[in-house]
Design a binder for this molecule. Sequence first.
Ligand SMILES: NC(=O)c1ccc[n+]([C@@H]2O[C@H](COP(=O)([O-])OP(=O)(O)OC[C@H]3O[C@@H](n4cnc5c(N)ncnc54)[C@H](OP(=O)(O)O)[C@@H]3O)[C@@H](O)[C@H]2O)c1
Length: 418
Amino acid sequence: MAKPPPLEQGGGKGVTVQAPAGPGPWLPWMRRALALAALGEGRTSPNPLVGAVVLDAAGHLVGEGFHARAGEPHAEVGALAQAGERARGGTLIVTLEPCCHQGRTPPCTDAVIKAGISRVVVAMTDPDPRVAGGGMARLRAAGLEVIEAVAEQEALQLNRAFVHRVRTGRPLGILKWAMSLDGRTALPNGQSQWISGPQARDWVHRLRAGCDAVIVGGGTVRADDPLLTSRGRRQPEPLRVVLSRSLDLPEAARLWDQKAAATLVAHCPEPPPAKHQGDATLEEGRRRLDRLGVERLELPACEPAALLEALAARGVNQVLWECGPELAASAMRQGCVQELAVVIAPKLLGGLAARTPVGELGLVGMDQVLPWRELQRSSLGADLLWQLIHYDPTETTESGITGSSPAGPPMVGPSTTP
Ligand SMILES: NC(=O)c1ccc[n+]([C@@H]2O[C@H](COP(=O)([O-])OP(=O)(O)OC[C@H]3O[C@@H](n4cnc5c(N)ncnc54)[C@H](OP(=O)(O)O)[C@@H]3O)[C@@H](O)[C@H]2O)c1
């Protein structure tokens, strides 16, 4: 069977490779389309990652494309434009069902039909209720052959954040922490920088680059003064989000420097419980943030779930929780964490009062503990990285994804929040 030529971004035009005859093995072409789709990683939200390949009637590769950014042409439109007249009678191989509704761009199904394509090979159905099989039905109604579910699990895995957001109305959540051999995330006196080594911290920067937003609680801002950027690996940088009940936040913090990346402070209108001073602190905090030019978002409740719903409405598909134990526990309790990225450093911190990664979950029996399944284990310098996915032993995961590969960059390095 013919194999696709090596992938070159935006290339491929005029490359002559014989495609398999008939509806045969489309997998290598679909893998190429998936690799093209991945080139848009970190830039397409709220849209999915999509890649497409066009073969002419004789099976020569004549066009390829990927969705580079929301508002820009869809993958299949780019690939068809590159193919031009050579698409007539040819095959479109696309990682996501073509859309059949007018969004920011016209329906892709119209472009496919107009281009004279005779066969469409699709990896996964678009879960968007405006499409949901309608795109494929429209193509079939127009007389095109449609082959479904080629490399479906790989496509679902690539787009698991998009699928999760469409199905649940909340972005997919990854909780990351770094801890010592004895499960501590800080010394009893609160010092925590650095538990892990430079390779692990570099890996976290890359993990951030694949996320639309990075979230911490007020406690981490006060303790660590984190920067929370991808160090330029993604432009624009992921949105930095602080969830605070009290708005008792420092006057000077690296997060307030909006030249590095945008920051949003989410809070609620009500004064927090007794721990803080109440109305006066809240009002002072509001005024301070306004003076500093930091965007504020008032939530109906100062809770992780409410925050995620607000972020989904802003087009966020995937968030990274980089908070301390208090907010991590709230996020867990509210079902806001689907994956874990845990760095284990070969160090002992000791101390009965030292912090652990996740606070009170309210569990009272071993039958209630939260089960996680390993996705991958790897080394980052001297540290170990363990990536896990939450699962319900009685069901498949929410997205129906079996978790063949983990979120974030390849498994190759964090301490606290660099
Ligand atoms: N090793 C690691 O990977 C890692 C990562 C992050 C942090 N840390 C460590 O964690 C420590 C800070 O821990 P922390 O637990 O105070 O940090 P945190 O979980 O980031 O922040 C807790 C704060 O989140 C805010 N919050 C708002 N709504 C909340 C809700 N519904 N539930 C829970 N919290 C809510 C509150 O802020 P307000 O008080 O402002 O209202 C609360 O005090 C530091 O020592 C830091 O170094 C370690």
